[in-house]
Ligand binder design. Structure first.
Ligand code: CMP
Length: 136
């Protein structure tokens, strides 16, 4: 069964010129892009997206980072799209958790600057797609 997930190529990925590389990996996996937009994120959108992290030590820095430059927001579709993109992304910590061959494992060094975000469950995907693409 096909499902959808929200993917962000974060400002570090855009600034480093990795948008094409990351989109190519998504497409080569067989996942389909159903929405794609370069945008600078309003603080309220970032706060809503990352609401579960409010109060954590990295929260303020995370909001500054996500709103600090353009990012690419996308909705990606395919069979098991949520797990498939998380496999492509690798674990949150690019060095300790992400395998070589994953996006974070190949291109990342620091947990905050981990290049991409992908929804972690069907409930998160529905919530996050509603935040970033309310008209979809
Ligand atoms: P993401 O998958 O988008 O979900 C939450 C984000 O918070 C995460 O990727 C990182 O960018 C950031 N993050 C999580 N843990 C830490 C941490 N310990 N230090 C800094 N940033 C973090």
């Amino acid at each position: 069964m096909s499902e959808r997930t929200l993917v962000l190529i974060k400002p570090d990925g855009v600034a480093r010129g990795l948008v094409g590389e990351i989109l190519a990996r998504i497409e080569r996996k067989g996942l389909k892009l159903v929405a794609l937009e370069l945008r600078t994120t309003e603080r309220a959108v970032a706060e809503t997206h990352y609401a579960e992290h409010e109060g954590k030590g990295f929260y303020a820095g995370l909001l500054d980072f996500i709103t600090g430059g353009p990012l690419v927001a996308a909705v990606v579709e395919g069979p098991r799209a949520i797990a498939a993109f998380r496999q492509l992304a690798g674990g949150t910590d690019p060095v300790e958790k992400a395998a070589t061959g994953s996006i974070r494992g190949d291109f990342g060094l620091e947990t905050q600057f981990n290049l991409v975000h992908g929804s972690d469950s069907p409930e998160s995907a529905a919530r996050e797609i509603g935040i970033w693409f309310p008209n979809l």
